[in-house]
Design a binder for this molecule. Structure first.
Ligand code: HEM
Length: 464
């Protein structure tokens, strides 16, 4: 990447050796960003072997410049590490007129007003997990819970219900197995090193990924075909997309539908799941915050009431601040643009390092501490706090994610008492590593179930 001198007058050079930097970033993304800001100031260049480089900023002024840049100058970076997952027609990869058109078609399905219809499904998905009807054991006193497995299962059920309207347990199990296989075969090396995407007579990691994707696509194509043939309407997102028409009256083709459905399933569950895990972890490392939150919860309240609780809202925001699951917001330029005093040209990539933005000392005093109260004391602007990105590409599922986080946390905490297992209660914080579309804890964080405050309330005794 060819850029001129930075605002501080020093020439900006891509860091060398490139591979060592890529490795350092993949071991601990957040620490790498902090180290680069301390070493090189803001903005700084980062190289991604196989994907080119990018100029990154973590300052509110830089974020404002990037998110307010003229739309016609910005497209998503291609090649993109997640392209094999989401597919070429995905909204995430669409540009220009096509992005505007597809976003207008998909956005109504994710409008905040529509999210209320998912509130009960979110609570039920949490209950299912806690009852032992999901991915893990029942949350009985003495049980050990892997929070990452539980959270993924909870959010995957929600997104499958919202997007495809799947209710039958056997069909849902079939989809869950297909999605899990699809995601687990897309390993970090395959994502980050395009040259590894090679076939070897059906036996390479890439072959296994393609087979898993084909299997998921077969299920999704059958779903699309059945729905088209039955001409039935429904309230799920697939029904909305089948009925949707572009301005010229055209409908989405099956291939386009397939890529959008895969995008929503992929983008719509691991992101939210990792935030849920971090929220549980942080709360249990900060007993005063857990205590204050519990005092706010009413176990008998309707799920939607969780959206009205100020401290719960602050806990969700503080977790998103410290653990943004999508830590970089990227744009590729189609023409000249100046970011933080650095002149960039067509083809250059610029990005926001979200963990740096969320720890700018001028905005966030004592930035490393988990202190939800800060969100009750002050309002933060869209260029200071941007876990969902911003501008014309702001996360489409932000409202759904907010509903899930609030309702899932309220349901879990009002129905169980958990304790981190000793390794996590006392040990260092687990590293955050990229996995598919989201960055999350390297290992599943484990909890022991101590008691079930809600066990008499809405579950049969026989299940415990
Ligand atoms: C806590 C959970 C989530 C976080 C933190 C998150 C974060 C993000 C971020 C940072 C972006 C890029 C925005 C930009 O470039 O300015 C994004 C894009 C996107 N997200 Fe999310 N996301 C979450 C959950 C979801 C969910 C639940 C869905 C869908 C159901 C979803 C669907 C999408 C889509 C389709 C895009 C691409 C939008 C576009 O390019 O126009 N996300 N998300």
């Amino acid at each position: 990447m060819n850029v001129s001198a930075g605002a501080h007058g020093k020439p900006l050079r891509a860091p060398r050796p490139a591979l060592a930097h890529a490795l350092a970033a993949s071991v601990d993304f957040q620490r790498y960003f902090h180290w680069r800001r301390a070493r090189d100031g803001d903005p700084f260049l980062v190289g991604f072997p196989g994907f080119g480089g990018g100029l990154f900023t973590g300052s509110p002024a830089g974020a404002r410049e990037l998110l307010r840049a003229p739309l016609e100058l910005m497209v998503p970076p291609l090649p993109n590490p997640i392209e094999p997952l989401v597919g070429p027609a995905s909204l995430i990869l669409a540009r220009d007129q096509r992005h505007r058109r597809d976003r207008a078609l998909l956005a109504p399905a994710f409008h905040r007003a529509r999210m209320t219809q998912y509130a009960e499904a979110i609570r039920d998905s949490v209950r299912e997990e806690m009852d032992g009807r999901g991915a893990g054991p029942p949350w009985r006193p003495g049980a050990r819970i892997d929070a990452r497995t539980a959270a993924r299962a909870i959010t995957l059920r929600v997104i499958l219900g919202a997007v495809l309207g799947i209710e039958s347990p056997s069909r849902r199990a079939e989809y869950i197995a297909a999605v899990m296989r699809f995601l687990s075969t897309f390993s970090e090396p395959l994502m980050l090193v395009p040259s590894l995407r090679r076939s070897a007579f059906g036996h390479s990691p890439w072959d296994r990924f393609l087979a898993a994707r084909d299997h998921l696509d077969t299920l999704l194509r059958a779903e699309i075909e059945t729905r088209r043939a039955a001409c039935t309407s429904g309230t799920d997102i697939l029904a909305m997309l089948l009925a949707a028409r572009y301005d010229d009256g055209a409908a989405l083709t099956d291939d386009e539908l397939l890529d959008q459905l895969r995008t929503l399933v992929v983008a719509g569950h691991e992101t939210t799941a990792t935030v849920l895990v971090w929220a549980l972890y942080r709360l249990h490392r900060h007993p005063h915050a857990l205590h204050r939150l519990r005092a706010e919860l009413d176990p008998d309240a309707e799920p939607l009431a969780a959206l009205e609780l100020p401290y719960l809202d602050a806990v969700c925001s503080e977790t998103l601040r410290l653990h943004p699951p999508v830590p970089i917001v990227l744009r590729r330029l189609t023409g000249p643009f100046t970011l933080c005093g650095v002149e960039l040209g067509a083809g250059d990539t610029m990005g926001i390092a979200v963990p740096l933005l969320h720890s700018d000392p001028a905005v966030w005093p004592d930035a490393a501490s988990f202190r939800p109260e800060r969100f009750l004391e002050r309002h933060y602007g869209p260029f200071e706090f941007a876990p969902y990105g911003g501008g014309h590409r702001r996360c489409l599922g932000a409202a759904l994610a907010d509903y899930e986080l609030h309702i899932a946390l309220a349901t879990i905490l009002s129905r169980s008492e958990l304790a981190l297992t000793p390794r996590y209660a006392r040990g260092p914080r687990p590293l955050s590593v990229p996995h598919n579309i989201a960055t999350g804890p390297r290992a599943g964080i484990t909890f022991n179930v101590l008691s079930r405050p809600g066990q008499n309330r809405d579950l049969p005794h026989s299940s415990f």
